[in-house]
Design a protein around this ligand. Structure first.
Ligand code: UD1
Length: 336
């Protein structure tokens, strides 16, 4: 049984990926420092899959702790999620972001080299493209300057991985996610935003649950079908499965270069009002919302061309926007 290290395995995307890995017969070991997650997620994963993953509370930018972990564990592949991810905070405290997101990455790659681990999957973001000039975004779309420190840690992170793969003959895949939403169908794991949610879907579900009074729709003067901004929303379980097929591509030596990257999105953009409508349809709830000013830093429109992932990874999202919103709502109801 292959042993896969999942860093950040108690987080939103990490926890769903752990479940899918276990379902696919992998032995999972999680490293998480609980900075943006809770230990209860471990029990909830166990209750879904029937197997408790091994867990280590380790800070990945503690080099000694990382070294000692790899000395004691025989790892066959790494999926690396652990990172800070708040865009605004990254602008206020760039050094914390560079230290945490890039320091931990370098330590992991050093241990890969040291322990002859050959397979690495990196959690990246469509924000690594910068502001795109053309839509939909393919992997050939030129990378522009990152719009935030957070996005820059993803751009630089990919470069660090690419350089290391070349120099040490390792294999890695970076997955550039679009907007992950939803929750596991069991409603046992989902997104746990810290404080007031910044992202659309947790704000919608918290408003429907009465935790927030009203959703503010940021701008209806964009050049789109209804004036609201467009994103490519992907169900977190579909996204989790992309990690499994990417890992298997490496294990089966099907990769065409030491370092590859793939867009992971549905290929379909939805406006904010379309998301609200889909939520209302999927749940039967009426949402209290009003249109307000644009949010600073937001772009009008972004969505993926996922053809490369469809063809090369044989990966396709299976769950609809409505399903994702329904699952997010089932999860929310269990929180309040
Ligand atoms: C955000 C993050 C990005 C992350 C992505 C997916 C920022 C600047 N970017 O991008 O790092 O990868 O989520 O998790 O934070 N909206 C409202 N009202 C709200 C919240 C959002 O109208 O209360 C609108 C936004 O203006 C946007 C859309 O909903 O048009 C999606 O917003 P959000 O969920 O925050 O995602 P992104 O801005 O795409």
């Amino acid at each position: 049984m292959k042993k896969i290290l999942v860093t950040g395995g108690l987080g939103f995307i990490g926890s769903h990926t752990v479940v899918e890995l276990q379902k696919n017969g992998y032995n999972v070991v999680i490293i998480d420092n609980l900075s943006n997650s809770t230990l209860s997620v471990l029990d909830n994963i166990t209750s879904i899959t029937g197997t408790k993953p091994e867990f280590h509370n380790i800070d990945l930018h503690n080099k000694k702790a990382v070294q000692s972990f790899f000395k004691q564990n025989n790892i066959n592949g790494i999926i690396h999620f652990a990172a800070y991810k708040a865009v605004g905070e990254s602008m206020d405290n760039p050094l914390a972001y560079y230290e945490n997101n890039l320091g931990s990455l370098v330590y992991l790659l050093q241990e890969m080299k040291e322990h002859k681990i050959d397979h690495f999957i990196f959690s990246s973001s469509c924000m690594a493209y910068g502001t795109p000039e053309k839509l939909p975004i393919t992997e050939k779309t030129p990378t522009n300057k990152a719009a935030s420190v957070y996005a820059n840690t993803k751009q630089i992170g990919e470069e660090i991985i690419q350089d290391s793969c070349k120099a040490y003959n390792k294999n890695a895949i970076a997955l550039r996610y679009f907007n992950p939403i939803g929750a596991h169908e069991s409603a046992k794991i989902g997104e746990l935003p810290n404080g007031v949610p910044q992202n659309l879907v947790p704000f919608i579900t918290q408003t429907a649950a009465g935790i927030r009074e009203q959703l503010l729709v940021f701008g209806n003067d964009y050049d789109t079908i209804d004036g609201t901004a467009i994103r490519d929303y992907i169900h977190v379980v579909d996204l989790a499965n992309a990690h499994i097929v990417a890992l298997e591509r490496l294990f089966n030596k099907k990769n065409k270069a030491n370092f590859e990257l793939f867009n992971i999105g549905t290929g379909k953009g939805s406006t904010v009002l379309e998301v609200i409508e889909a939520f209302e349809k999927a749940t039967g709830k009426t949402l209290n919302y009003k249109i307000t000013e644009r949010r600073s830093g937001d772009i009008q429109e972004i969505y993926a061309d996922p053809t490369l992932a469809n063809n090369e990874l044989k990966w396709k999202p299976e769950k609809s926007l409505e399903q994702a919103l329904f699952d997010a709502w089932q999860w929310q109801k269990k929180q309040s």
